[in-house]
Design a protein around this ligand. Sequence first.
Ligand code: KIV
Length: 283
Amino acid sequence: MANTNTVATLLAMKQRGEKISQVTCYDYSTARLIRETGINTILVGDSLGNTMQGYDTTLPVTMEEMITYGRSVVRGCPDAFIIMDMPFMSYQISPAQALENAGRLIKETGANAVKLEGGAAVTEQIRAIVDAGIPVCAHLGMTPQSVNVFGGFKVQGKGEANARRILEDAFAVQEAGAFMAVLECVPPKLAALITQKVSMITIGIGAGAGCDGQVLVLQDMLGITASAPKFVRRFGEIGAAMTEALRAYDAEVKSGSFPAEAESYVKSDCPDDVLRELETQYS
Ligand code: KIV
């Protein structure tokens, strides 16, 4: 099914009170599967540093890597609304740096929007990108690129001062032009309050059911990652299914039961007279 979501249709969904679904994706084959669903938006998250590259954090991910993965997703789901994460240090330095890299992500992948982490501190960056015609999704609360400041992946927004800061950050990024904000590991009632107060779309992850939509990391929700945060619901056990299939393959290769005759190019096999000739030549 073709995905026909745009900024306008997504904002209209918020206005109608319809929930918006988002999932991360990093490759062509999975993007093709997502294309067959009604999922509204795909996030090419820098979580690919964890899920695809095996790092502990998202910090090492580069622009070049984001572009390579992003292109693959766009090729697999060309008509989806695809959001590209801006990797660590690709936007923090200046609005000009942010604009240049946002432009590359859109131009070199064919995606539709970019996402960056932070609130009031990055409003100049958001403004510069939006002014150039690129939709921006902000990311508030537990922002994984700041893991070294937080001292781990912890809930943010507990206590009045922190709750107020996240709400003010939400207003700040909206005012700067963001059409959407991911709220990660924000207390559910605070996330619901932000959702009510802002006109931009809120997408929750570990932030309760009161957001306009939800996002999950694909490998977590499909049961591919060994362990996932406690807010994740596993909608499948694809990891176990893959391991089982791989074990079966290994066993059948080793026993000689794979491949069977029907699983080879029997019809176009080498003619017997050629084989005899080769046999004689190399005896
Ligand atoms: O990189 C990512 O996948 C994200 C989501 C967790 C929201 O930012």
